[in-house]
Design a protein around this ligand. Structure first.
Ligand code: CIR
Length: 261
């Protein structure tokens, strides 16, 4: 039986644009190097494909510097997809750019109409529920509108909170399988994962929490050896992908794709 929370036959990615140097960031830690980012992106896409999945590779969008982070534009579920309404004004237009591709992939495509906001990076889908972290990008109205849509499809949604100063809920956690979560200690301390099996990233390696399970692999940012070793010890097949350039824009493994059946 396939587990729709981590077994996928398709993914959508978008090539980084030259304008990526103008992408949003909480703190300026240097200008992303486009050629390094292209190389890392190619490695990421090749690894998705290595699992046997089909990857829909969309062209770069120069008008939207953050458009490579496709995850924030939609939520993909087995029953249908939902177009998000980003809380970052410069990212709003990315949704209309994603809509035609999702319309081709799904019979049931809904949208968050507003006035609230919600971004895909704040949503973690587990085997039993959909967790949505309120953040600077995702507000109570956005969560409520998503709840109404997904409850139509039989999903229960639980509102949780992204830690202050953290961009997205999934900046600090990822799903390793239907019941196992990789989390920072600070997020787990909030109690939001009670009842799940939780593995903590190593102290000082918080950025490793933004990983993804995609079929047989766990995609992890390179440079966090203690967390990688811990995951391998637990039996996960980890592929390390350089993330230095996306990290300058607060991006990680999850934001670079939309994943679905
Ligand atoms: C932003 O601030 O919106 C982008 N620079 C990074 C988005 C990362 N997305 C994600 O974690 N899902």
């Amino acid at each position: 039986m396939t587990d729709p929370t981590y077994q996928f036959s398709r993914a959508i990615t978008r090539r980084p644009a030259d304008s990526i140097v103008n992408g949003l960031r909480a703190e300026d830690i240097g200008t992303p190097d486009l050629s390094q980012m292209m190389q890392d992106h190619a490695h990421y896409v090749a690894t998705l494909k290595e699992t046997g999945a089909e990857v829909i590779e969309l062209p770069a969008l120069d008008d939207f510097p953050d458009a490579v982070f496709v995850e924030d534009t939609a939520l993909c579920l087995p029953q249908g997809a939902v177009l998000m309404r980003p809380g970052a004004p410069s990212r709003m237009g990315e949704v209309a750019q994603m809509a035609p591709t999702l319309r081709e992939c799904y019979d049931d495509l809904r949208e968050i109409k507003g006035p609230g906001h919600i971004e895909g990076g704040d949503i973690l889908v587990t085997a039993r529920e959909i967790l949505v972290g309120r953040s600077d990008r995702t507000d109570a109205e956005g969560v409520a509108e998503l709840r109404a849509i997904v409850s139509d499809w039989g999903h229960s949604l639980r509102e949780v909170f992204t830690p202050p100063g953290v961009l997205h809920f999934k900046t600090d956690c990822s799903l390793l399988d239907g019941e196992t979560i990789l989390s920072t200690k600070r997020l787990d301390a909030s109690g939001c994962f009670e009842g799940y099996r939780v593995l903590h990233v190593a102290e000082g390696e918080e950025a490793a929490a933004n990983s993804i399970r995609f079929n047989q692999f766990v995609f992890s940012p390179a440079g966090f050896p203690r967390t990688t070793e811990m995951l391998r010890r637990h039996g996960y097949d980890v592929v390390e992908i350089n993330n230095t350039e996306c990290a300058k824009l607060d991006g990680g493994m999850s934001c670079l794709s939309l994943r679905f059946q």
